[in-house]
Design a protein around this ligand. Structure first.
Ligand SMILES: NC(=O)c1ccc[n+]([C@@H]2O[C@H](COP(=O)([O-])OP(=O)(O)OC[C@H]3O[C@@H](n4cnc5c(N)ncnc54)[C@H](O)[C@@H]3O)[C@@H](O)[C@H]2O)c1
Length: 329
């Protein structure tokens, strides 16, 4: 087992949704420092504003800036790599996707090796599998991916594997299913289906279901995903890519119905013709992560969704209060 006692840990992309929850959980450990390295293209300082801990340091920088990256990683024991452009950003900006998700990932691997980092935990994605050829998808499911985003994640996994082969840089890649929870983006250009449905309910509009709503996904709560990251770091596992999911399949129809219940809405979903979807069925096998790093998801969707609804309400209130205060000045 790797000890976190007095460890210096760098969380790259730590101001984002998943990264900020890893930071929260790391600060419960006897670490000496947690350095968030983020360029804030999507993450925000507000995701860390609740933390009053002198062990936390925030460095603004990009994984494309090798000098600042190397300087930040120098002396680190462990690194978490979360920084990446997301699915839809990769569709519209493929060159940026290569620069950040491919070259940037390589920059981190190289800097980690040069700094003598003991282990890197890489945020991969279930997108590497594409649409499921069989379910639950085990880690040996083929790379049936057809997206640019998935291509960049496959590249990242392969770089880690090749670097392990050549230089014995320990790593674990985690293939997250659909992560949800407090601090997930709801104001940006690219937001998840959960936030799109909540937006419609907020406006008193019927949530839209494309197709028959049978498309199904594996939703995993962000607190579980953060815990999986820390378990992967502490474990002796290396040179392995593991699913991080709940193992439970939920259809879009079921998801919308749960959100209507939680918000106490009497709206009925509106069905529209199916739009182009990247993936329509996905659920990950959980056995390998349980055996290899001792991870099993603990938050069921019925328990987890209310945490999103409550957080979103609170966040909207604080954003509105800040706007009113600014307008009053
Ligand atoms: N959220 C999901 O459902 C999900 C599913 C599968 C995989 N993942 C992967 O998990 C990781 C974290 O996802 P998330 O949902 O927290 O995303 P996020 O966008 O909230 O977090 C990514 C963070 O990286 C930062 N970043 C982006 N480009 C950067 C750069 N060039 N240099 C430094 N920082 C940069 C962003 O500002 C952001 O804070 C990503 O790699 C993502 O691909 C997420």
């Amino acid at each position: 087992m790797n000890s976190l006692e007095n460890a210096k840990i760098v969380v790259i992309g730590g101001a984002g949704f998943v990264g900020s929850h890893i930071v929260d959980q790391l600060l419960l450990e006897p670490v000496s420092s947690v350095v968030v390295y983020d360029n804030f293209v999507r993450g925000a300082r507000s995701n860390l504003k609740h933390i009053q801990d002198s062990r936390l340091e925030v460095v603004e920088g990009s994984i494309c800036d090798r000098a600042t990256l190397q300087e930040t990683i120098s002396g680190a024991d462990y690194v978490f790599l979360l920084a990446a452009l997301w699915l839809y950003e990769c569709v519209h900006e493929p060159r940026s996707a290569v620069e950040v998700n491919v070259v940037g990932t390589f920059n981190v691997i190289e800097a980690a090796k040069e700094a003598g980092v003991k282990k890197v935990i890489y945020s991969s994605s279930a997108s590497v599998y594409g649409d499921a050829l069989f379910t639950p998808m085990t880690e040996d499911h083929p790379f049936n991916n057809r997206t640019f985003y998935g291509a960049t994640k496959i590249a990242g996994e392969q770089f880690f594997r090749a670097f392990y082969e050549q230089h014995k840089l320990d790593y674990v890649g985690l293939r997250y299913m659909n992560v949800y929870g407090p601090r997930m983006d709801y104001r940006g250009t690219y937001v998840s289906v959960i936030m799109k449905v909540l937006d419609r309910i907020d406006k008193g509009l019927a949530p839209v279901i494309f197709g028959d709503g049978s498309q199904s996904y594996d939703f995993v709560h962000v607190s579980d995903v953060a815990r999986a990251n820390i378990l992967a770091l502490k474990s002796n596992a290396t040179d392995v890519n593991l699913n991080v999911g709940s193992g439970t399949k939920t259809s879009i129809k079921e998801l919308v119905s749960m959100l209507l219940d939680i918000t106490g809405s009497s709206l009925q979903p509106e069905y529209k013709p199916e739009e182009q979807m990247f993936v329509t069925h996905r659920v990950g096998a959980t056995e390998n992560a349980a055996e290899t790093i001792g991870f099993e998801a603990s938050v069921a969707l019925e328990m987890g969704l209310p945490t999103v609804v409550e957080w979103r309400e609170r966040d909207q209130e604080s954003v509105n209060a800040a706007r009113e205060a600014a307008a009053a000045q």
